[in-house]
Ligand binder design. Structure first.
Ligand code: HEM
Length: 264
């Protein structure tokens, strides 16, 4: 008999968030070391990365920018797929939920890389304080870079709220989770208006495809929940977990003859 899978909000995390935060910390420390300390420590290595004004940091910032936005896109698509129940068809709600969580965390790691690697780009000349403080990058498009910075903090908030859900309660968690739409739009408009590649053909197609597909999934979700309200379905019963068989070794002997058999 088909059975209703647990609601997405009832599913449990499959990630150890402490380990992920330790990973983010290590990534940040490693990047700061590579970008700030290595050039003075090993000038020849830094020079070999691209001369005295290495462009490699700028290329890395742009590549990881698209990686981060793509992962956010996939994560949002999976989240919408879970809530509009499309994910039950493929890849299945529990798998979609686990991928949604992993891809989201990976996107954050790429966003951290994208922002911090800019420290090595001497043309743009950001300081660490400017990277951390929204709207402070006076030397380069402060408004749209600021929107990206703000979007990143909202992204962190939305993600961390999931791990403290039992403490903040379902209602508050849900309200915070809705901010993911704003956070995606901030990342998108930040990319469009502060990126150097926005005029490139494939980049424009990427932005349209990303935003268009999410809009489609959102519309589908709104229609699906309207249909659910108009034509409510009978809830399917949850399966009763089968009783576990008692292992033979721990079974209590019932007769003296059985007892003597097991003792050899
Ligand atoms: C954390 C704070 C952030 C800072 C300081 C920052 C900074 C920047 C800067 C300076 C640029 C222009 C680079 C260039 O093309 O020359 C840029 C572009 C971009 N950023 Fe961010 N960003 C941040 C967060 C994010 C986040 C969270 C996302 C994704 C969700 C993102 C996605 C992008 C994209 C797609 C571009 C366009 C790249 C291009 O056109 O080559 N950024 N960012």
């Amino acid at each position: 008999m088909p059975v209703n899978p647990p609601e997405a909000t009832e599913m449990e995390s499959s990630v150890n968030i402490q380990t992920f935060l330790a990973f983010l910390l290590a990534l940040t420390a490693g990047l700061l070391l590579a970008v700030l300390v290595l050039p003075s420590w090993l000038p020849n290595l830094a020079f070999s990365l691209g001369g005295d004004a290495p462009k490699v940091f700028w290329y890395l910032a742009r590549a990881t920018a698209f990686a981060s936005l793509s992962l956010l896109w996939v994560s949002m698509a999976l989240g919408l797929g879970i809530s509009n129940k499309m994910a039950r068809l493929w890849p299945g709600a529990p798998a979609a939920f686990a991928i949604h969580e992993y891809v989201n965390l990976l996107g954050i790691a790429f966003a951290v890389f994208h922002a911090l690697i800019l420290l090595g780009d001497h043309y743009i000349g950001f300081t660490l304080a400017q990277i951390l403080m929204p709207f402070s990058t006076a030397s380069y498009r402060p408004l749209w870079v600021g929107v990206g910075q703000l979007g990143f903090y909202v992204w962190l908030l939305v993600t961390l709220s999931f791990y403290v859900r039992p403490r903040i309660g379902q209602k508050t968690w849900r309200a915070i989770h809705y901010a993911s739409f704003a956070m995606y739009l901030m990342g998108l408009f930040h990319g469009i208006f502060s990126g150097t590649d926005s005029g490139v053909d494939w980049v424009q197609k990427f932005y349209w495809l990303s935003a268009g597909s999410l809009l489609f999934l959102l519309m589908y979700r709104i229609l699906a929940s309207a249909m659910d309200k108009l034509f409510p379905q009978k809830p399917q019963p949850r399966p009763v977990p089968a009783a576990r068989p008692v292992p033979a070794a721990t079974a209590v002997p019932t007769t003296p003859s059985q007892s003597s058999l097991t003792q050899g």
